[in-house]
Design a protein around this ligand. Structure first.
Ligand SMILES: *Cc1c(COP(=O)(O)O)cnc(C)c1O
Length: 401
């Protein structure tokens, strides 16, 4: 297991205000800063270029990810956009095949117009990355664990391949968070986050983060941040700092609750498959155990009655698990990827990528584990009994096939 985040170090990386002694980082709600003479200032001139509240967050996240420079953006997708702007027309990205849908949409419908091509491979086998890299490949894009089937890729092995071929490696670390995984330590060049999820942690904001291993790369990202302008506002920066203060504590509970939920689902007669990297039977359990210090708060599962109707019946009958997109907050959420987050992907492609019609994704929150299990138990009871299921047209179709 990789080393867990040091909570003492984290908490004391958040500065007190040197001017007033305020224990909490002040929110500098200002657009500009008075200059003593043209070009003579106290480190800040215009708040797009820099804001002390945002700087506190950027320095904090750089420390957590053990990188050189952090930059905060208005969303996770704005952070992804900034990283792609390191490239030029004609360059190619090699990306994880079950990438976040919003990243796929940005790559395929925005960046394709500017001559940046993206190819997708199954990165759970590092050899696929080696085989697919061409002279045009400038960036390898990983997400690990992925959404919603929680596939895990070997960051260290892929970073060695990328480095040998002169490519940058960027890891979307949203699902694990730096509390469980630090990709820069494993050899990645760039880490991005949707801080909307575990970093913010309270389902109350949209934010994105980029952290680079080197100062040079960080300066390029900072240039893009200032030139293109998708910065995080001071109040939202403050909220993310406040979220990060309790990150190790929250993530520990997310992990233990998710483990309890996964073990419950594993034994439930209506459930066929449970996706959780902490389970011994998970295809990538060993590499997850090696590079993560815990297995996270997301659990997905499929139903014996593998239909949209059955899944909808479950997600509409939970009471504690609220039906919503997003993840990583205090309150537990459930979603049905086939008709929600992955709706725009053609059914055949979606199914072959492991997103079955009945797949349900849970973002396990911070409630009591027993209450969450009881909620799932009663929601699963909404499914047909064995006799009813055997008589259903779907089951007859399976038997006939
Ligand atoms: C949500 C998410 C994003 C996009 O972030 P936003 O803050 O919604 O723009 C990117 N990657 C992953 C893995 C996500 O879950």
């Amino acid at each position: 297991m990789s080393q867990a985040l040091n909570a003492t170090h984290l908490i004391h990386s958040i500065p007190c205000d040197p001017l007033t002694g305020a224990l909490s980082v002040p929110i500098f709600q200002t657009s500009t800063f008075v200059q003593e003479a043209p070009g003579i200032n106290k480190g800040y001139d215009y708040a797009r270029s820099g804001n002390p509240t945002r700087s506190a967050l950027e320095n904090l996240i750089a420390t957590l990810e053990q990188g050189a420079v952090g930059s905060a953006f208005s969303s996770g997708l704005a952070a992804i956009d900034a990283v792609v702007k390191l490239l030029q027309s004609g360059d190619e990205i090699l990306a994880v095949d079950d990438i976040y849908g919003g990243a796929f949409r940005q790559f395929s419908q925005i960046w394709s117009k500017f001559g940046i091509r993206v190819r997708y491979v199954d990165t759970t086998d590092a050899a696929n990355v080696l085989d697919a890299i061409t002279d045009q490949t400038k960036l390898v894009w990983l997400e690990t664990p992925t959404n919603p089937t929680l596939k895990v890729s070997d960051i260290a092995a892929i970073s060695r391949i990328a480095q040998a071929r002169g490519c940058l490696l960027c890891v979307d670390n949203t699902f694990a968070s730096p509390a469980l995984q630090q990709p820069l330590r494993l050899g990645a060049d760039i880490v991005i986050h949707s801080a909307t999820k575990y970093l913010g942690g309270h389902s109350d904001l949209i934010a994105g983060i980029v952290v680079t291993k080197t100062k040079e790369l960080g300066e390029q990202i900072r240039f893009i941040q200032n030139a293109c302008g998708a910065i995080l506002a001071p109040h939202d920066s403050w909220l993310v700092i406040r979220g990060i203060e309790t990150l190790p504590l929250r993530v520990e509970k997310h992990c233990s609750n998710a483990t309890a939920v996964a073990n419950f689902l594993l034994l439930h007669p209506q459930v066929t498959q449970v996706f959780y990297p902490g389970l011994k039977g998970h295809g990538n359990h060993d590499i997850a155990a090696q590079q993560q210090s815990g297995f996270g708060g997301i659990v997905s599962f499929t139903l014996r009655n593998d239909t949209e109707e059955a899944a909808k019946s479950v997600v509409c009958n939970t009471r504690l698990f609220k039906l919503a997109e997003s993840l990583g907050g205090v309150k537990s959420l459930c979603c049905h990827p086939a008709t929600m987050t992955h709706k725009s992907i053609p059914a055949e492609r979606r199914r072959s990528g492991g997103v079955a019609d009945s797949l349900i994704r849970l973002s396990v929150g911070l409630e009591n584990a027993n209450d969450l299990i009881a909620d799932l138990q009663q929601a699963l009871e909404s499914l047909k009994t064995d006799d009813e299921f055997a008589a259903s047209p779907h089951h007859k179709a399976i038997l006939a096939a």
